[in-house]
Design a protein around this ligand. Structure first.
Ligand SMILES: [Fe+2]
Length: 203
Protein backbone atom coordinates (compact mmCIF):
# COMPACT_ATOMS: atom_id res chain seq x y z
CA UNK A 1 0.00 0.00 0.00
CA UNK A 2 1.19 3.42 -0.88
CA UNK A 3 1.57 6.16 1.67
CA UNK A 4 1.27 8.87 -0.93
CA UNK A 5 -2.06 10.18 0.43
CA UNK A 6 -2.46 13.67 1.81
CA UNK A 7 -0.97 12.62 5.15
CA UNK A 8 1.56 10.16 3.83
CA UNK A 9 5.01 9.87 5.42
CA UNK A 10 6.62 11.97 2.72
CA UNK A 11 4.00 14.69 2.92
CA UNK A 12 4.52 15.24 -0.81
CA UNK A 13 0.84 15.65 -1.58
CA UNK A 14 0.77 18.64 0.74
CA UNK A 15 3.56 20.46 -1.03
CA UNK A 16 1.25 22.01 -3.59
CA UNK A 17 -1.32 23.06 -1.00
CA UNK A 18 -0.56 26.73 -1.63
CA UNK A 19 0.05 27.99 -5.15
CA UNK A 20 2.95 30.37 -5.68
CA UNK A 21 1.95 34.02 -6.09
CA UNK A 22 2.67 35.08 -9.68
CA UNK A 23 5.28 37.79 -10.28
CA UNK A 24 4.49 41.12 -11.95
CA UNK A 25 6.57 43.94 -13.41
CA UNK A 26 8.05 46.59 -11.10
CA UNK A 27 6.62 49.34 -13.34
CA UNK A 28 7.87 52.92 -13.59
CA UNK A 29 6.73 54.26 -10.22
CA UNK A 30 8.83 52.44 -7.65
CA UNK A 31 9.68 55.13 -5.05
CA UNK A 32 13.01 56.80 -5.74
CA UNK A 33 12.92 60.22 -4.09
CA UNK A 34 12.24 59.18 -0.52
CA UNK A 35 12.96 56.05 1.41
CA UNK A 36 9.55 54.55 2.20
CA UNK A 37 8.51 54.97 5.84
CA UNK A 38 8.45 51.95 8.08
CA UNK A 39 4.69 52.10 8.57
CA UNK A 40 1.46 50.16 8.21
CA UNK A 41 -0.89 53.13 7.88
CA UNK A 42 -0.64 54.57 4.37
CA UNK A 43 -4.09 56.15 4.69
CA UNK A 44 -2.72 58.64 7.17
CA UNK A 45 1.05 58.96 6.97
CA UNK A 46 3.03 60.49 9.86
CA UNK A 47 2.65 64.27 9.84
CA UNK A 48 -0.54 64.30 7.75
CA UNK A 49 -3.29 66.71 8.76
CA UNK A 50 -6.09 64.37 7.70
CA UNK A 51 -6.93 61.02 6.21
CA UNK A 52 -6.17 60.39 2.56
CA UNK A 53 -9.10 60.61 0.16
CA UNK A 54 -10.70 57.43 -1.10
CA UNK A 55 -12.19 54.14 0.04
CA UNK A 56 -10.41 53.04 3.21
CA UNK A 57 -9.17 49.45 2.98
CA UNK A 58 -7.19 47.02 5.08
CA UNK A 59 -5.06 44.47 3.29
CA UNK A 60 -4.07 41.53 5.43
CA UNK A 61 -2.64 38.07 4.94
CA UNK A 62 0.22 35.71 5.53
CA UNK A 63 3.53 35.14 3.80
CA UNK A 64 3.86 31.38 3.35
CA UNK A 65 5.79 28.70 1.51
CA UNK A 66 3.92 26.37 -0.90
CA UNK A 67 3.65 23.83 1.91
CA UNK A 68 1.98 26.39 4.15
CA UNK A 69 4.91 27.17 6.44
CA UNK A 70 5.04 30.78 7.61
CA UNK A 71 7.85 32.95 6.28
CA UNK A 72 8.73 34.91 9.43
CA UNK A 73 9.63 38.58 9.31
CA UNK A 74 9.38 38.95 5.54
CA UNK A 75 10.03 42.52 4.43
CA UNK A 76 7.16 43.97 2.39
CA UNK A 77 7.35 47.16 0.37
CA UNK A 78 4.16 48.75 -0.93
CA UNK A 79 3.67 51.46 -3.52
CA UNK A 80 0.45 52.61 -5.15
CA UNK A 81 -1.45 55.47 -6.78
CA UNK A 82 -3.83 57.66 -4.79
CA UNK A 83 -7.62 57.52 -5.19
CA UNK A 84 -7.38 59.71 -8.31
CA UNK A 85 -4.86 57.38 -9.95
CA UNK A 86 -1.81 59.59 -9.34
CA UNK A 87 1.56 58.40 -8.03
CA UNK A 88 3.73 60.70 -6.00
CA UNK A 89 6.59 60.07 -8.38
CA UNK A 90 8.50 62.34 -10.79
CA UNK A 91 7.86 59.99 -13.73
CA UNK A 92 4.07 60.13 -13.39
CA UNK A 93 2.72 62.42 -16.13
CA UNK A 94 -0.94 61.78 -15.27
CA UNK A 95 -2.55 65.24 -14.70
CA UNK A 96 -4.69 63.84 -11.85
CA UNK A 97 -4.14 65.66 -8.52
CA UNK A 98 -1.69 64.65 -5.80
CA UNK A 99 -3.37 64.06 -2.43
CA UNK A 100 -1.42 66.03 0.21
CA UNK A 101 -2.36 63.39 2.80
CA UNK A 102 -1.18 60.41 0.81
CA UNK A 103 2.35 59.31 -0.01
CA UNK A 104 1.46 55.92 -1.45
CA UNK A 105 4.50 54.01 -0.27
CA UNK A 106 5.66 52.28 2.88
CA UNK A 107 7.56 49.25 4.05
CA UNK A 108 6.69 46.87 6.83
CA UNK A 109 7.67 43.52 8.26
CA UNK A 110 5.52 40.43 8.67
CA UNK A 111 5.49 38.99 12.18
CA UNK A 112 7.01 35.71 13.36
CA UNK A 113 3.97 33.83 12.00
CA UNK A 114 4.25 35.47 8.58
CA UNK A 115 1.19 37.67 9.22
CA UNK A 116 1.03 41.20 7.90
CA UNK A 117 -1.56 43.92 7.47
CA UNK A 118 -1.65 47.49 6.32
CA UNK A 119 -4.21 50.28 6.16
CA UNK A 120 -4.52 52.27 2.96
CA UNK A 121 -7.00 53.56 0.40
CA UNK A 122 -8.13 51.80 -2.73
CA UNK A 123 -6.05 53.22 -5.58
CA UNK A 124 -7.68 54.72 -8.65
CA UNK A 125 -7.33 53.47 -12.21
CA UNK A 126 -4.88 55.46 -14.34
CA UNK A 127 -3.80 55.96 -17.96
CA UNK A 128 -0.42 54.65 -19.09
CA UNK A 129 1.95 56.43 -21.48
CA UNK A 130 0.70 54.01 -24.16
CA UNK A 131 -2.90 55.15 -23.72
CA UNK A 132 -4.14 52.09 -21.87
CA UNK A 133 -6.07 52.27 -18.62
CA UNK A 134 -4.62 50.25 -15.78
CA UNK A 135 -7.08 48.81 -13.27
CA UNK A 136 -6.72 49.71 -9.59
CA UNK A 137 -3.74 47.80 -8.19
CA UNK A 138 -1.18 47.88 -5.40
CA UNK A 139 2.48 47.05 -6.06
CA UNK A 140 4.36 44.91 -3.56
CA UNK A 141 7.79 43.44 -3.12
CA UNK A 142 8.10 40.63 -0.61
CA UNK A 143 11.49 39.56 0.61
CA UNK A 144 11.82 36.34 2.58
CA UNK A 145 14.97 34.45 3.49
CA UNK A 146 15.50 33.07 -0.02
CA UNK A 147 13.11 34.86 -2.36
CA UNK A 148 12.30 38.36 -3.47
CA UNK A 149 8.94 38.50 -5.20
CA UNK A 150 7.70 41.58 -7.06
CA UNK A 151 3.98 41.48 -7.68
CA UNK A 152 0.72 43.45 -7.84
CA UNK A 153 -2.61 43.03 -6.10
CA UNK A 154 -5.85 43.74 -8.01
CA UNK A 155 -9.51 44.08 -7.01
CA UNK A 156 -12.37 41.86 -8.15
CA UNK A 157 -15.08 43.38 -10.32
CA UNK A 158 -12.98 46.04 -12.07
CA UNK A 159 -13.79 46.24 -15.78
CA UNK A 160 -10.14 46.98 -16.68
CA UNK A 161 -9.01 43.67 -15.16
CA UNK A 162 -10.26 41.87 -18.25
CA UNK A 163 -8.00 43.73 -20.68
CA UNK A 164 -4.98 44.61 -18.51
CA UNK A 165 -1.99 43.04 -20.20
CA UNK A 166 0.16 42.84 -17.08
CA UNK A 167 -2.49 41.12 -14.99
CA UNK A 168 -3.38 38.78 -17.82
CA UNK A 169 0.26 37.94 -18.50
CA UNK A 170 0.38 36.26 -15.08
CA UNK A 171 0.16 32.45 -15.22
CA UNK A 172 -2.85 32.55 -12.88
CA UNK A 173 -4.32 36.07 -12.80
CA UNK A 174 -6.97 35.02 -10.28
CA UNK A 175 -4.26 34.56 -7.66
CA UNK A 176 -3.62 38.30 -7.76
CA UNK A 177 -7.25 39.42 -7.43
CA UNK A 178 -8.82 40.07 -4.02
CA UNK A 179 -12.43 40.60 -2.94
CA UNK A 180 -13.24 43.57 -0.76
CA UNK A 181 -15.28 42.44 2.21
CA UNK A 182 -17.22 44.07 5.03
CA UNK A 183 -14.97 44.91 7.99
CA UNK A 184 -14.92 43.05 11.31
CA UNK A 185 -16.43 44.96 14.23
CA UNK A 186 -13.10 46.28 15.58
CA UNK A 187 -12.39 48.24 12.39
CA UNK A 188 -14.03 51.40 11.06
CA UNK A 189 -17.51 50.75 9.68
CA UNK A 190 -16.69 52.44 6.38
CA UNK A 191 -13.55 50.36 5.80
CA UNK A 192 -13.33 47.32 3.54
CA UNK A 193 -11.00 44.37 4.03
CA UNK A 194 -9.00 42.33 1.52
CA UNK A 195 -7.27 39.04 2.32
CA UNK A 196 -4.13 38.40 0.31
CA UNK A 197 -1.82 35.53 1.21
CA UNK A 198 1.55 35.72 -0.48
CA UNK A 199 3.18 32.43 -1.37
CA UNK A 200 6.94 32.44 -2.00
CA UNK A 201 8.56 29.60 -3.94
CA UNK A 202 11.18 28.86 -1.28
CA UNK A 203 10.36 31.17 1.59
FE1 LIG B 1 1.04 50.88 -10.95
Amino acid sequence: MSDAGPKGRTGRRDEAAFAITPPQIVGPFYPIRERPDLATNLARPMGSAAEAQGQLIYVRGRVLTPSGKPVPHALIEIWQANAAGKYRHPSDMNPAPVDPNFKGFARLTADASGCYSFRTIKPGRYPTAEGEIRPPHIHLTVEGRFDRLVTQLYFAGEAENLADRWLNAAPHPDRLIVNLQEPPSHLEKHAMVADFDIILASG
